[in-house]
Design a protein around this ligand. Sequence first.
Ligand SMILES: C[S@@+](CC[C@H](N)C(=O)[O-])C[C@H]1O[C@@H](n2cnc3c(N)ncnc32)[C@H](O)[C@@H]1O
Length: 419
Amino acid sequence: MAKTQVDLFGKEDVESLHTLNKAKKPFNAKEIETIKTKTGFSLLRNVQFIYELALAKRELLSFGLDFHVANDFRVFDVPFSKNTELLKKRLAYFESINGTITDYYYIIKYNQTTSVNQYLTHWIYPYKGKFHPQMIRALLNIMQIKEGETVLDPFVGSGTAALECQLLGINFMGIDISPLCYLLSRVKTESIEVGDEIEKVKKDIISDPKRIEKIKNDKVKNFFTIAQMVAHSDSARRGRNYDFSFRSNTEKMLQSIRDYVEVIKKLGLTLGKTNIINGDIRELNLKPESVDGIITSPPYSIALNYVANDSHSLQALGYDLKKISDDFVGVRGVGLNKFKLYDEDMEIAYKQMYTVLKPEKYCAVVIGNVTFQGEEIDTTQIATDACVKIGFKLVSKMEKIIFGLYNVMQKEYILIFKK
Ligand SMILES: C[S@@+](CC[C@H](N)C(=O)[O-])C[C@H]1O[C@@H](n2cnc3c(N)ncnc32)[C@H](O)[C@@H]1O
């Protein structure tokens, strides 16, 4: 079988794992002074692709701003910017607004890794096919999701959308069939509630990990369980010593929790509520017209076997891989029948998404095509057709590159539908 684009996922996640920046100070005085002198809306320095610029522009449009691009495309002049406080709080692709640092730029400085996308708890576990969190924040703006509203991700994976919603005070419901994803998404968003308890038992757990089983508080227990899963992944994929990895990842995860707590205090954030469910999107009974937006990325057809990919962790959690495979979209079945099952399963999933969304609201689907036996299968068009057939209106299709392994560029799409 020809290589699928899935080979391109996740390099930076894997590469970014091993530098603990304990002593890193978020901002130095010199940088703050420099930013203060800036006028206009300055793009973040990591913005480099056309789709990012397009999202940045759409963010501004969604707040009703007039602008023009100035100064080598790095600065937007916005003659009348009302509501600066809200813009400072929400914008994803901007570093500063007329000399004021945005919350996002502040937040991304709290990063225990070398990858700009893996700030706060985002880095935890090298899950393949993670969203770029910055893109999620921008989509939340573009879809005009307000604080206190609710967003659904029915394929929540490693919990990227969960954390971004939480940071913006948006309530969030996440669903994933994978028990690993369920734990991971919970740990990324819930561990901040139990930082002190984790700190208290850390030494005992590190000296005898079997004690994890006896921990009563499930949030504390989940934290250490995921630290074990990161160590399993480290030793299976990178040949690292398991005990060393468990110790170092526990420390690093705890530091990310402390970072998150500090960010909440410094920026005065009111967090959104999160509800993570371990279940099959095809089977759940969700309340009709109960969410204000959907942002999701389903499996890209049969491109990545999510069970095989995390087999070491799923087995360590005690799951029978063969049994659970039957419920994973894109993994079910054998041979060509897999494609047929995928299409059927996704049709049910899209119907669920349509039902649960409130009228006039938006649903963003990030999806890419796959190559099978040398031929490209237009999963994106299949998804679009399925959604339109149900009643969704396609309002935007944006091409986005996947920049990763081997420096090969492949693309995926951000589809935005309206109910
Ligand atoms: C592309 S990944 C999502 C990645 C996610 N956007 C992130 O940032 O980590 C697709 C997810 O769909 C999940 N999935 C597969 N079949 C499912 C089903 N029947 N119900 C719910 N989730 C499912 C997989 O476990 C996988 O985590």
